[in-house]
Design a protein around this ligand. Structure first.
Ligand code: ADP
Ligand code: MG
Length: 347
C-alpha cells in the first residue's frame, strides 16, 4: 500500500432526515487515478465537497496527508477542484485566470510568472497565455481549468464530471489527455463520472456509488469481472443476470442444470444470482449448447451480432456473437465457458 493522501473514515452526511452519504470509508493513495462512478444523485459531488471543505460532514473524519481536516477551511486544504462548467473568469485572459490563486496568496511577481508558465506547459497551452477565454475551444478551456488548479500544487485534484459537456469525439481525446496528464504530474486525481466506459478506461481504482454508499471498490478489471451485487453487475457493462442456487463450492445450478463455476465461498443451497457477460456467450446448434434458446432479434453491430434470445424459463439473454444465428432455425443453443460464469449473493 502506498502513502495515503486522502482518507474518509465512516463519513456520514445528512440534510434534515435524508442521508446522502452513508458510512463512506475510502482511502486514496498518492499518485493514483481514482474514479467515483454512479448514477445522478448517488452522492459523488457531496464526497468531493466533503474533501474540498465546501461542506461539513455530519459525522466521521476527513483526513488529508495524515491530518484531520474537518475544521480546516477549504482554502487551507491541499486540494483543488475542477468543476463541470470550469468556472473560468470570462473577463480575464488565460494567464490571469491561472495567476489568480497565486495573486490572492501574495506570491511575488517573478514567481507567479514562472509557475503560471510552468502550469501552461504541463497542459500544453504555453502559446495561448494571452488569449481571452471566449476565444478558446471547449477542450482548451478545460486545460486552462486544470492549469489553474495545478498551479497551486495540490496533493489531490478533484474533477467533477469535467467531460460531460463535451461532444463524443472531443470527450474521447480528453480522456487520453487526462490520463496522460495525471501520469505526468503524479498528483492523485479523484474524478467523477456517471459514464461507466469512461471510468473503466481511465482509472487505477473505481468506487461504484449508489444511494450514498460505496457499493464496490476495485480495479476496473475486478469490478467488471467480479461485480459484488446486482446493482454493480447491471450498472457496469451489460450483463445477463439469472437466478441460481449454489450446490457446493464451484458448482452452481441454474436453468435446471448444474454447472462448474469459478466462484466459491457461499453456503450450499444459497440462493444466488448468476452473471454472464454478452461477449462470453455464443450461439451454436441446439445439441451443442448448454441452454436451449429461441432467437428473438438479431442486429449487425459491425464487429459483432447483437442477439436477444429467450430460454424456456423466459429469461432474456443478450448475446454478442461473432457469428450470426441462422435465419431459419428457431431453437438454438447458448454456449459459454464455465470459467466465465460469475456467481453473486442474491439481492
Ligand atoms: P451526484 O453528484 O452523485 O449526482 P450529489 O452528491 O450532488 O449526487 O447529491 C446526492 C444527494 O444529496 C441527492 O439526492 C441530492 O438531492 C442531495 N443533496 C445534495 N446537496 C443538497 C443540499 N444542499 N440540500 C439537500 N439535499 C442535497
Ligand atoms: Mg454531481
Amino acid at each position: 500500500m502506498g502513502e495515503p493522501i486522502v482518507e474518509l473514515h465512516h463519513v456520514f452526511k445528512s440534510y434534515d432526515d435524508t442521508v446522502v452519504l452513508d458510512d463512506i470509508d475510502i482511502t486514496l493513495e498518492a499518485g493514483k487515478f481514482y474514479t467515483l462512478l454512479g448514477p445522478s444523485g448517488s452522492g459523488k459531488t457531496t464526497i468531493l465537497r466533503a474533501i474540498a471543505g465546501f461542506l461539513n460532514v455530519t459525522s466521521g473524519d476527513v483526513v488529508i496527508a495524515g491530518k484531520r481536516v474537518n475544521d480546516i477551511p477549504a482554502n487551507l486544504r491541499q486540494v483543488n477542484t475542477v468543476f463541470q462548467n470550469y468556472s473560468l473568469f470570462p473577463h480575464m485572459n488565460v494567464f490571469e485566470n491561472i495567476a489568480y490563486g497565486l495573486r490572492i496568496r501574495k506570491v511575488d511577481k517573478a514567481m507567479i510568472e514562472t509557475r503560471v508558465m510552468d502550469a501552461l506547459k504541463k497542459v500544453r497551452l504555453e502559446n495561448l497565455a494571452n488569449r481571452e477565454i471566449s476565444e478558446l475551444s471547449g477542450g482548451q478551456q478545460q486545460r486552462v481549468a486544470i492549469a489553474r488548479a495545478i498551479v497551486l500544487e495540490p496533493k489531490v485534484l478533484l474533477l467533477d464530471e469535467p467531460l460531460s459537456a463535451l461532444d463524443a469525439k472531443l470527450r474521447k481525446d480528453m480522456q487520453y489527455e487526462l490520463r496522460d496528464l495525471q501520469q505526468r504530474l503524479g498528483i492523485t486525481f479523484l474524478f467523477v463520472t456517471h459514464d461507466q466506459e469512461e471510468a473503466l478506461a481511465l482509472s487505477d481504482e473505481i468506487f461504484v456509488m449508489n444511494d450514498g454508499k460505496v457499493q464496490q471498490s476495485g480495479t476496473p478489471v475486478d469490478i467488471y469481472d467480479e461485480p459484488i451485487n446486482h446493482f454493480v453487475a447491471d450498472f457496469i457493462g451489460e450483463s445477463n443476470i439469472v437466478d441460481g442456487r449454489m450446490v457446493e463450492d464451484y458448482r452452481v445450478e441454474f436453468n435446471g442444470k448444474v454447472f462448474d463455476c469459478a466462484d466459491a465461498g457461499m453456503r450450499p443451497n444459497e440462493h444466488v444470482e448468476v452473471v454472464l457477460r454478452p461477449e462470453d456467450l455464443d450461439v451454436v446448434p441446439v445439441d451443442k449448447g448448454r441452454v436451449a434458446v429461441r432467437i428473438d432479434t438479431q442486429l449487425f453491430r459491425g464487429d459483432f451480432y447483437e442477439i436477444v434470445a429467450y430460454d424456456d424459463g423466459q429469461n432474456e439473454w443478450l448475446i454478442h456473437s461473432t457469428n450470426p444465428a441462422p435465419e431459419d432455425v428457431e431453437l438454438m443453443g447458448l454456449y459459454f465457458d464455465p470459467e466465465d460464469i460469475h456467481v453473486m449473493r442474491f439481492g
